[in-house]
Design a protein around this ligand. Structure first.
Ligand code: ZN
Length: 346
């Protein structure tokens, strides 16, 4: 199909020469145009031209239906503009690159597919999309891992704790498919300490002495890219509570910066409540680790790909949460200074 598409583009180039030659002798001969009308982009195609500029070239003919499938077509000097009949979406392709103006704005993709890839709105319900803005920081900047995550368990874990970590890896792996996650004996980049909470301050500035867990992801080389993390779990909790705190803090360490106020979420800031993650929690991790979302993306970037994200106005709900988080990273943004410490209050 790419071959056929590129042949079509060559055909278009040949057509340019042809029409350039004929234009000198018969100015009214543009295909599918009424007499004495020059080809032009109108309506949706005119809008696409305003967005894509030179990429879209100039029209070689007037818009016309394709009798085979009901689509509307217009050849240009660089490719083909078309509306798919079923979706009425203005689309342009140079044979390999595609652009379409969709409900989520301009979408670009490459390859053989004529239709745009499914949008987040196609894939997830509105409540999940809305919730996504609550999981990332109030600054609306995406933090996530790009490279392999190597969990290393330290402190005094029981065999059951190790099993919980392995189970968590098993559960998270399919959600972050482009990032490998595994447990290592040494040299890990996500250190999980099972320690009494009075030792927390040896590892992190945990401001709340009642915290039973904490997480601190730190930047790697690139802005927004998490390169390492420390997770603390109070080993004196019950196994069930340790399991919850472990999950909660590891999700923070993956880039789920804020807390959720959904009662079924494992990311509420309280030890009480849900002990396991909900389907929405799972989908939010999937969205965060979707290829379309890259480290350092801002609220505007996210809005442009169909995720409605804006700075949340809510305040952090508790000062006595699982992880003793108080002010989170709010107000600490100062250019790249913020990169040094993602969540200093943890
Ligand atoms: Zn938390």
């Amino acid at each position: 199909m790419p071959k056929a598409a590129s042949i079509r583009v060559i055909g278009v180039v040949a057509a340019i020469v042809f029409f350039a030659l004929t234009a000198a002798t018969a100015s009214a001969a543009a295909p599918y145009c009424p007499p004495d009308q020059d080809p032009e982009f109108v309506l949706g195609f005119a809008f696409m031209k305003s967005q894509l500029g030179d990429v879209m070239g100039e029209p070689l003919e007037c818009e016309h239906p394709n009798p085979e499938n009901g689509d509307t077509l217009q050849q240009t000097t660089t490719g083909l503009a078309f509306y798919r009949k079923a979706t009425n979406t203005p689309t342009f392709t140079d044979g390999w690159n595609h652009w379409a103006w969709t409900a989520d704005g301009m979408v670009q993709w490459t390859g053989d597919a004529i239709e745009p890839p499914p949008s987040f709105r196609d894939q997830y319900d509105a409540a999940t999309i809305t919730e996504f803005r609550e999981m990332i920081s109030d600054l609306g900047i995406i933090a996530k891992w790009q490279g392999p995550i190597l969990l290393e368990v330290r402190g005094s874990p029981t065999a059951a704790d190790i099993a919980e970590v392995d189970e968590l890896i098993h559960e998270i792996g399919p959600l972050i498919t482009r990032v490998a996650i595994s447990r290592v004996q040494a040299g890990g980049n996500m250190a999980i300490y099972f320690i009494p909470r009075w030792q927390f301050s040896d590892y992190l500035d945990v401001v709340n002495p009642r915290a039973v867990g904490a997480a601190h992801p730190s930047w790697g080389l690139a802005f927004g890219e998490i390169g390492s993390a420390i997770v603390l779990v109070d080993y004196r909790l019950s196994l069930a509570a340790r399991s919850k705190v472990l999950k909660h803090e590891v999700l923070h360490a993956l880039g789920w910066i804020e807390h959720s106020l959904r009662p079924d979420s494992i990311m509420t800031p309280w030890l009480e409540g849900a002990i396991d993650w909900s389907p929405t929690d799972i989908n939010l991790i999937r969205i965060l680790y979707d290829d379309r979302i890259t480290p350092g993306m801002t609220a505007a970037d996210l809005t442009a790909i169909g995720l409605w994200v804006q700075s949340s106005l809510r305040t952090v709900a508790a000062t006595t949460g699982i992880d003793g988080r108080v002010a989170a990273i709010r107000g600490t943004f100062a250019g790249t200074d913020w990169a040094i410490s993602l969540a200093p209050a943890h």
